[in-house]
Design a protein around this ligand. Structure first.
Ligand SMILES: Cc1cc2nc3c(=O)[nH]c(=O)nc-3n(C[C@H](O)[C@H](O)[C@H](O)COP(=O)(O)OP(=O)(O)OC[C@H]3O[C@@H](n4cnc5c(N)ncnc54)[C@H](O)[C@@H]3O)c2cc1C
Length: 308
């Protein structure tokens, strides 16, 4: 079985390699639309890298990226295309799926071959996280966008060759201005994740949790209401957001609804800080602190700094 993978970063690439190996790929190729440096890294994990220099695009162009991927798909003729389910990955995958008339599943947390290897099954949560849907994809290629953090990162194996793909673009849109934004540690790569919930009253109070994450060497995430409703952060942690599996998860003012827990339950150690002793998060926590986060977090910070 021929598997092609596409991710924009090394963490995502390594996770897709693990998924491809687990479904029994005979050959794994990577499509890299990025830097030569990234292509050099990717070759250490796959049989072959198809490299398109992203400099030639100037900036991210979904339709043109999909066009390049389409050319790579024609060369590789993969049975399966695994894409990192990042916001950019999902856009490119969906345009490509429409071009190829291929089956495409987004937000998958797992892929496996159906018994008898006559089809690929993608698993994703359904009905608000209370059920799991198993979707069989019957086209070749089948396209699956795997949620970041769904698989462990693969180890290096081999030195694949790099083939440079020619990029000819006649832009369909003109980009007038691009404003870059600071991107810190990816939540799915962080060994410590501190998550703020609605118990945090003001956006400015997130700085207290950022300080906690910093002293613990981790990153801060938020629950869905803080992102989708209050727009305090671009993405959220949980079933419909980013799935995390850190060594340590600290939920601060997070109630622990099933949709959130579904994306954090594989964390090694879960600590919950909540003023309500009946908050559902305590059922999933290894350690619970019942109290007002505005009293608990500063005390914790003080103790950690003392200890350090
Ligand atoms: C289809 C679907 C998908 C969803 N996907 C996600 C997802 O991926 N991720 C996600 O997070 N949510 C998701 N949700 C939303 C989810 O159901 C919950 O609504 C959400 O997780 C609740 O966020 P919260 O814990 O921040 O807020 P709340 O449920 O309001 O909890 C706030 C908590 O803070 C505590 N608190 C209040 N004040 C303090 C204080 N001073 N000190 C300490 N504790 C305090 C309260 O006791 C309470 O437990 C989804 C919902 C749906 C329908």
């Amino acid at each position: 079985m021929n598997v092609l993978i596409y991710s924009e970063n090394d963490g995502g690439l390594k996770e897709l390699v693990t998924a491809a190996r687990e479904i029994g790929a005979d050959s794994i190729s990577a499509a890299v639309i990025g830097t030569k440096e990234f292509a050099e890294l990717a070759r250490k994990f796959v049989n072959k890298v198809y490299f398109a220099d992203s400099e030639k695009f100037g900036e991210f162009r979904p339709a043109e990226y999909a066009e390049v991927l389409n050319d790579i798909v024609k060369s590789v003729d993969p049975d399966v295309l695994l894409v990192e389910g990042s916001p950019k990955g999902v856009v490119v995958a969906s345009i490509l799926a429409a071009k190829l008339d291929a089956a495409c599943v987004s937000e998958a947390s797992q892929v496996r071959m159906d018994d008898g290897a006559d089809g690929l099954i993608a698993v994703r949560s359904s009905y608000g996280g209370v059920a799991q849907a198993e979707i069989k994809l019957k086209t070749s290629p089948s396209i699956v966008c795997l949620k970041p953090g769904s698989y462990p990162k693969a180890d290096e194996a081999g030195e694949g060759e790099i083939e440079e793909v020619q990029v000819e673009i006649s832009p369909s849109v003109e980009v007038v201005e691009v404003r870059s934004k600071e991107v810190g540690l990816r939540l799915e790569d962080a060994e410590v994740v501190v998550v703020a919930g609605r118990g945090v009253k003001k956006k400015e109070d997130l700085s207290m949790l950022e300080e906690l994450a910093e002293v613990l060497g981790g990153a801060v995430g938020v629950t869905r209401p803080l992102s989708a409703d209050l727009h305090w952060a671009p993405n959220w942690v949980g079933m419909s957001g980013v799935a995390v599996k850190p060594k340590l998860y600290v939920g601060v003012g997070v109630s622990g609804q099933i949709q959130h827990i579904a994306g954090v339950r594989d964390s090694k150690t879960i600590i919950a800080i909540n003023s309500d002793p009946n908050a559902p998060i305590f059922e999933h926590a290894d350690y619970g602190i019942i109290g007002d986060l505005y009293a608990v977090v500063p005390k914790l910070l003080e103790k950690i700094k003392e200890y350090k």
